[in-house]
Ligand binder design. Structure first.
Ligand code: ZN
Length: 185
């Protein structure tokens, strides 16, 4: 499928609605499956209704996504390759990030809109022309909490008291619940 960028970005964003947003979190993929030479399937449900599935093939450099999404009554087959980049953490560990197919910036979470996966900033361009929805506010709050937990480099911040960290973590989990509820409609 075509990659967005430059003049294509408007087309990329226009077809998106917040109701359709599904997401992929690179940290979950790394934790659950590892990122080297794995293949697995993720299925999406909205309430009891099956709304799509995604086959993920991973390597250290990129993930390959093959998925079907339902737009109105039509199913579409999509293919997308997302590059991975790494930053150094403490103790010589490396942290993976997606390179957003829309703007090539480093991000932990990609959201699926009508034309494919892209970061919240890419889809944020769309939000600006609309009333800020409850979901948008939650997504921005989540980014702020992620910064408190992981810092800019995406590693657990050293020096943050563990009780403070678990309080922020609790807030984060509560917010995740709210986001899931919003996405379920
Ligand atoms: Zn982007």
């Amino acid at each position: 499928m075509e990659r967005p960028g430059g003049s294509e970005r408007n087309r990329w964003c226009r077809v998106t609605t917040t109701d359709d947003l599904k997401s992929l979190d690179v940290r979950k993929l790394a934790r659950n499956a590892g990122l080297a030479n794995q293949s697995f399937r993720v299925e999406w449900m909205s309430g009891d209704e099956y709304t799509g599935s995604i086959d993920v093939k991973t390597s250290r450099q990129a993930i390959e996504l093959n998925y079907r999404i339902k737009t109105f009554d039509f199913w579409r087959v999509c293919e997308q390759v997302v590059s991975l980049v790494y930053t150094s953490c403490h103790f010589g560990r490396k942290r993976p990030w997606f390179s957003c197919p829309g703007c090539l910036s480093r991000c932990a979470i990609l959201y699926l809109g009508g034309s494919g996966f892209a970061c919240r900033v890419c889809y944020g361009l769309l939000y600006r022309s609309q009333t800020l929805s409850k979901l948008d506010r939650y997504l921005y709050q989540r980014v702020a909490l992620e910064k408190r937990l992981y810092g800019d480099e995406g590693c657990f911040k050293p020096g943050v008291h563990s009780r403070t960290r678990s309080r922020v973590w609790e807030k984060y989990m509560a917010l995740q619940e709210k986001i899931s509820t919003e996405l379920m409609g």
